[in-house]
Write a protein that binds this ligand. Structure first.
Ligand SMILES: Nc1ncnc2c1ncn2[C@@H]1O[C@H](COP(=O)(O)OP(=O)(O)OP(=O)(O)O)[C@@H](O)[C@H]1O
Ligand SMILES: [Mg+2]
Length: 162
């Protein structure tokens, strides 16, 4: 009779431990991280080159390096155009056997009122082509936007080295 609570405790301890291990396995381990303030055209070029320089370390093909650099410059261009200033964070990460690059574009600009429209090819509030965000989405493996009107926008994209 007295063993029951002990068994229950052990059971709990065991499941907590294996849960801990599982989440550690799924977590991205950051190998390298850099933050680039964006407030001029020169910063866009810098972010693009910086991203390419980091990604090359993971063995991406030359064409993948160009896609990554293009995604970074589109996100940085949007920061400059719509929010005036912000930052691009570049991270090299490892998840299990896979390594990749995570690009996060942050700004405290006007935000995007209708994200699904902003992702449609051809939608632009600046009479431009409206191809930036849909292009970035297509070029990268993972894509996420969080945006609040009046607060700002965070776009996170990831590409995994094959
Ligand atoms: N960081 C941002 N802050 C606020 N609005 C944004 C931001 N990024 C994009 N948008 C909105 O989403 C729309 C679509 O962006 P997207 O980059 O696809 O096209 P574009 O910038 O208008 O044109 P292009 O990038 O082809 O020159 C923009 O016109 C703008 O209204
Ligand atoms: Mg754009």
């Amino acid at each position: 009779m007295r063993r029951a609570p002990v068994d229950a405790e052990r059971q709990q301890l065991h499941s907590t431990t294996s849960l801990g291990l599982a989440s550690a396995r799924n977590r991205e381990r950051v190998l390298e991280e850099t933050c680039i303030p964006i407030q001029s055209d020169g910063d866009i070029v810098g972010a693009r080159q910086n991203g390419r320089g980091l990604a090359v370390q993971l063995g991406f093909s030359p064409s993948d390096l160009t896609l990554i650099a293009t995604a970074i410059s589109e996100l940085a261009r949007n920061i400059l155009l719509y929010a005036k200033r912000g930052k691009i964070i570049l991270k090299l990460v490892e998840q299990g056997e896979t390594r990749g690059i995570i690009v996060t574009a942050h700004d405290k600009g006007p935000g995007i009122p209708d994200i699904s429209r902003a992702l449609e090819a051809g939608f632009s509030t600046s009479r431009s082509l409206g191809l930036g965000l849909p292009g970035v989405r297509r070029l990268m493996d993972e894509f996420e936007i969080v945006s609040d009107v009046g607060l700002g926008t965070i776009v996170t994209v990831k590409k995994w080295a094959k």
